[in-house]
Design a protein. Structure first.
Length: 366
C-alpha cells in the first residue's frame, strides 16, 4: 500500500495516480467507479495491482484529507533515518561497508511500505474519529467576526424618504443597485478589516469591481433596513446612519438570527414556483456569470494575505522555498474542491490554469 495523488481523471476509463512516497512516473489505472467520483488532486491510500500489463486498484481504498496525508508522508520521510540511528546504536560494531549497505536498504521506500501498511489505517482512522467528534467549525466573516445575521430597522417618515435617499447616494461607501432604493455597503480601498482566524470557515461576498461587500440597505415602506452578517458591522452601520441621517430616522431596532436558526428556516421554507423559475437561467448564461464572478474573486485573492499561507499573499509567498510549496498545495486544494463541486453539480469546473501561470508554478502542475 502507498499514498497516491490523483494526477488526472479519465471519465469512464480510470485514474492517473502519482506515488507520493516512492515517487516515479504517474501510473494509469483502470477504475471506472473511481473515474466517476474522484477529483483532481484527491489523495488515496491504495494498492495497485498489475495484471496482464494493465494496472488496477486492489479494491481497498482510503480517501485522505490534506492533514492525515501530510502526516503519512512525514512518517515515511523520517522513518529511514530513525531506523538507521537505532541500528547504529544497537550494533556499534558495523563496518563502513555494512553501513553503506544499510543506507541502500533503508533508502528503498518499498521496504518501508511493506512493513508500514498499518500506518495508513491508523492515521486515517485517528483523523476520521477526531473529525466526527469535533465541534462544528467556527463561521466568521472576512473581518474575523462571528457570523450573526443582523437586521437593523430605522423608521422613516414618508415626507423624509426622498431626503434619506439623497443623503445615502452621497456616501462613498454606498452604491445604489439596480433596485430604485437599494444600496450596497462596500469597504473602501485601503480600509483594513480584522484578523481572520486560521481555522474555521469565512463568509464573504464581493461586487463586480472586487470590493468587499459589508452589507445592504433598502428603503422598505416606512423602514430603512440595514442587513449585515455580524453584530460589529451592525453597530458600525448604525453609527454611520445615525450620524448621516440625524433626525430623519427614529431610534434603530435590531434583530439577530444565528447561523443554525437561518439554516433550519431555509430548509423548512419552500420556494414558490415564481422563485424557482427565476433561478433557472440558461446553462450558458449561468456558466458565464459564474466564470466572471470567480475571475474577479481569485484575481483579488492572489494579492491578499491568506491564513493558509501564514497570512502572506500568494504572489509574495511563492517567492520563498517554503512558501512556494505552500502555494502549490493551496492551488491544488482549490482545484480539488472545485472539481468535487463540478462533479456534484454536473457543470464544467473552473479553470485555475491562469493562476498557476500567474504565480509562476505552471510547470509544477503535473
Amino acid at each position: 500500500m502507498s499514498l497516491y495523488e490523483v494526477d488526472g481523471v479519465k471519465p469512464g476509463r480510470g485514474l492517473v495516480l502519482r506515488d507520493l512516497v516512492r515517487g516515479g512516473e504517474p501510473v494509469e489505472v483502470d477504475e471506472l467507479l473511481g473515474s466517476q467520483s474522484a477529483a483532481i488532486w484527491d489523495r488515496i491510500a491504495a494498492r495497485i495491482l498489475t495484471i496482464g500489463g494493465r494496472h488496477y486498484l486492489s479494491g481497498a481504498v482510503l480517501n485522505f484529507e490534506q492533514e492525515p496525508a501530510d502526516a503519512v508522508l512525514r512518517i515515511f520521510r523520517v522513518s529511514p533515518e530513525r531506523a538507521k540511528r537505532s541500528i547504529a546504536e544497537r550494533l556499534p560494531a558495523l563496518t563502513e561497508k555494512q553501513m553503506r549497505e544499510l543506507d541502500e536498504l533503508l533508502a528503498d521506500r518499498t521496504i518501508a511500505l511493506e512493513g508500514g501498511a498499518r500506518v495508513f489505517t491508523l492515521i486515517w482512522l485517528d483523523y476520521t474519529l477526531r473529525q466526527l467528534r469535533a465541534p462544528r467549525p467556527a463561521l466568521t466573516n472576512f473581518d474575523g467576526e462571528e457570523v450573526v445575521f443582523t437586521k437593523v430597522r430605522l423608521a422613516v417618515a414618508k415626507e423624509h424618504r426622498a431626503e434619506v435617499a439623497r443623503l445615502l447616494d452621497q456616501v462613498p461607501e454606498l452604491a445604489r443597485e439596480s433596485k430604485s432604493e437599494y444600496w450596497s455597503w462596500h469597504r473602501q480601498d485601503g480600509e483594513q478589516g480584522g484578523k481572520r482566524p486560521e481555522d474555521g470557515m469565512s463568509l464573504a461576498s464581493w461586487d463586480e469591481t472586487g470590493a468587499l461587500v459589508l452589507g445592504h440597505m433598502e428603503l422598505r415602506g416606512k423602514w430603512l433596513v440595514l442587513e449585515v452578517n455580524s453584530a460589529s458591522r451592525a453597530e458600525r452601520g448604525k453609527q454611520m446612519l445615525m450620524k448621516l441621517l440625524g433626525g430623519l430616522v427614529a431610534t434603530p431596532v435590531t434583530e439577530t438570527q444565528s447561523v443554525q436558526s437561518a439554516l433550519e428556516e431555509h430548509r423548512a421554507r419552500k420556494r414558490s414556483s415564481a422563485e424557482e423559475a427565476a433561478l433557472k437561467l440558461p446553462s450558458e448564461e449561468t456558466a458565464r456569470v459564474m466564470q466572471e464572478l470567480l475571475d474577479r474573486h481569485y484575481r483579488r485573492v492572489i494579492d491578499e494575505p491568506l491564513p493558509a499561507l501564514g497570512n502572506i499573499p500568494p504572489r509574495e509567498a511563492v517567492r520563498t522555498p517554503e512558501g512556494h510549496q505552500k502555494v502549490i498545495g493551496w492551488l491544488k486544494s482549490l482545484e480539488n474542491g472545485e472539481g468535487r463541486r463540478a462533479k456534484k453539480d454536473g457543470t464544467p469546473p473552473y479553470d485555475f490554469s491562469w493562476m498557476w501561470r500567474e504565480l509562476g508554478v505552471l510547470e509544477e502542475r503535473h
